[in-house]
Design a protein around this ligand. Structure first.
Ligand code: DP6
Length: 326
């Protein structure tokens, strides 16, 4: 039966970078994210006996073979669990640019996990869905939930404890984010390759792993106390530490473009003027600004004047992934 799900993207406030097991996609560090209302993936899955193989339509077009294979391998997890062999037709639509460091794999695999589980007739708890979504992409485990979400690195070798938990729902603290699009081009080096190279070659990698624990503790406290300044400071610390780490890989990984750097300076300048605005960035050149909802329009107006910005996506904090009636 065909089932459709919607999941929101998320942006990590404390970053995941590095794996303790590549086969099961187990993260080497925990992470904490904020789910984003305005960025979502809408995916339907239909297991059908009449299909010669899995088919993936992504944003209205047949997907590349590599993407189709990644989705096929992911669907095998559900087929195995449900005891079915049928191929699936998967139709997936993002409402934001794909592959440009905007977490399309997070919302993509979360929506796919939810739709595939339902289409295969599996009764899956959110924890189990998070565990399965992680197999598609580490950050996808967090997109099962709305609000503020922590992904546990876990310790078990089977990965059953490498799952996300919701720290607070979206209504708890309505923060906002401005996503400043500096380039719509596909990124050159995906996060998976980037983090693997970092783990293999950076002399700073052990320090990154060791120091992540205190970032998680501090971020949990900032969220529990609704301390915006603290949240912003820790988010910037984790982000710049991750990008510094990536730069220390061999060959160096640099996700920023000129405009990214200009915008980082601009956000710092606005902060000196009294605005509450903090930067975070992922495996791409887009700059995300964490702010309070009441400051978002003014910040958008100020940042929108910077030459070269393609567009700004303002977003509130988003809710849980959910099934949608077809
Ligand atoms: C920089 O979840 O895309 O966005 O597990 O290999 O698919 P894989 O990686 P992915 O990596 C996300 C990296 C990040 C930080 C984060 O979201 O925590």
């Amino acid at each position: 039966m065909k089932k459709t799900a919607l999941a929101h993207a998320n942006i990590a406030l404390v970053k995941y970078w590095g794996k303790r097991d590549a086969a099961l996609n187990l993260p080497a560090v925990g992470s904490i994210s904020m789910t984003l209302e305005a960025l979502s993936t809408h995916t339907s899955v239909d297991f059908r006996d009449d299909l010669p193989g899995d088919m993936l339509i992504l944003n209205g077009r047949p997907a590349a073979v590599k993407q189709e294979q990644r989705v096929g391998a992911f669907l095998d997890l559900f087929r195995r669990e449900a005891g079915i062999t049928a191929a699936a037709e998967v139709v997936s639509e993002n409402n934001f640019p794909t592959g440009a460091g905007l977490a399309s794999s997070a919302s993509g695999f979360a929506a796919l996990a939810l739709a595939a589980g339902a289409a295969a007739g599996l009764p899956l708890s959110p924890t189990r869905l998070s565990e399965l979504a992680r197999r598609g992409s580490g950050s996808a485990a967090r997109s099962i939930y709305g609000g503020f979400v922590e992904m546990k690195a876990g310790e078990r070798s089977d990965g059953t404890d490498a799952v996300a938990v919701q720290l607070q729902n979206a209504a708890y603290w309505p923060l906002a984010m401005l996503i400043l699009i500096t380039s719509e081009q596909e990124k050159e080096l995906g996060s998976t390759e980037g983090m693997n190279r970092t783990a293999q070659t950076s002399p700073y990698y052990p320090a990154w792993i060791a120091s992540s624990v205190s970032d998680l503790v501090a971020m949990r406290e900032a969220i529990a106390g609704k301390d915006f300044q603290r949240l912003g400071e820790i988010a910037e610390f984790s982000c710049f530490k991750m990008h510094g780490l990536a730069l220390s890989a061999d060959p160096a990984i640099l996700y920023w473009n000129d405009l990214s750097v200009t915008l980082i300076h601009e956000v710092r300048r606005l902060r000196r003027q009294g605005y509450g605005a903090y930067v975070t960035m992922d495996a791409g050149p887009q700059v995300k600004v964490i702010c309070l909802p009441e400051d978002a329009p003014k910040l958008q107006q100020q940042l929108g004047q910077i030459e070269g910005i393609q567009r700004i996506l303002p977003t509130a904090i988003g809710g849980d992934a959910r099934l949608i009636n077809d």
